[in-house]
Design a protein around this ligand. Structure first.
Ligand code: GTP
Ligand code: MG
Length: 208
């Protein structure tokens, strides 16, 4: 399938962003359907909430520069994988893998890459499941393959990531060592909490 750049053959920021915006809607709909189906079959919602965003022009250009690419629409489509970003917040870690599998196995979704920072957390303590997928967006002259970054994490992992992000921002990424240590210790508590809550949930399910 063609990418938007192959299709355009010309330059049009607005058309490209329209396609990425459509890819957010497409992924959101797929996730919503899975959530509704779960609610219907198992009386339970694996998804707490979904946030999605389009990267703005400045951030896209900054990322290209940082990575040493010239600023062009072609480079942006080829090298910036998170122009369309969806963050899915789940209740339990087990929901994360189920959702990722259900989404990955849909025939119009192509998984380009996976980073499992849950099984392999970052040095900082960061945990989350990342996928870059493509989804076809149907324009008047046929489908174009469009990339979306999907981050899936628990409520607790999200709480940690938001605080850590704020701290990094405040210190311009030069976070003092003792604060980094505290953050790593919080990340361990997050993992313990997630494991205990999942266990408790399973126990309760068996009783009911
Ligand atoms: P960029 O960070 O976007 O340049 O991408 P990357 O190629 O390094 O990919 P990766 O999958 O590692 O990270 C993508 C996104 O995940 C980031 O833009 C953040 O939103 C989030 N992320 C990754 N690492 C961390 C982290 O240590 N802390 C927090 N709070 N968020 C992170
Ligand atoms: Mg990013």
């Amino acid at each position: 399938m063609e990418t938007i750049i192959q299709r355009l053959g010309g330059e049009s920021w607005d058309t490209i962003m329209l396609v990425y915006k459509a890819s957010l809607s497409a992924i959101n709909t797929k996730l919503q359907i899975l959530n509704d189906e779960f609610q219907n079959a198992h009386h339970y919602n694996p998804i707490e909430h979904i946030k999605s965003r389009l990267k703005d022009r400045n951030s896209i250009e900054e990322k290209l520069k940082r990575r040493g690419y010239e600023i062009s629409l072609e480079n942006m489509v080829r090298h910036v994988n998170d122009i369309a970003g969806v963050r899915v917040i789940c209740s339990f870690s087990s929901d994360i893998y189920q959702l990722a599998n259900m989404l990955s196995s849909q025939s119009d979704i192509r998984v380009m890459s996976v980073k499992d920072y849950i099984r392999n957390p970052k040095e900082s303590g960061y945990k989350s499941y990342h996928m870059i997928v493509t989804v076809p967006i149907y324009l008047s002259n046929g489908p174009v393959e469009t990339k979306v970054e999907i981050q899936i994490r628990t409520v607790a992992m999200d709480f940690w990531a938001s605080l850590e992000h704020k701290i990094n921002y405040k210190f311009f990424d030069n976070v003092p060592e003792h604060i980094k240590r505290e953050l790593r210790s919080c990340a361990e508590m997050v993992s313990d909490l997630d494991a205990k809550m999942m266990d408790l949930n399973e126990q309760v399910n068996h009783i009911g």
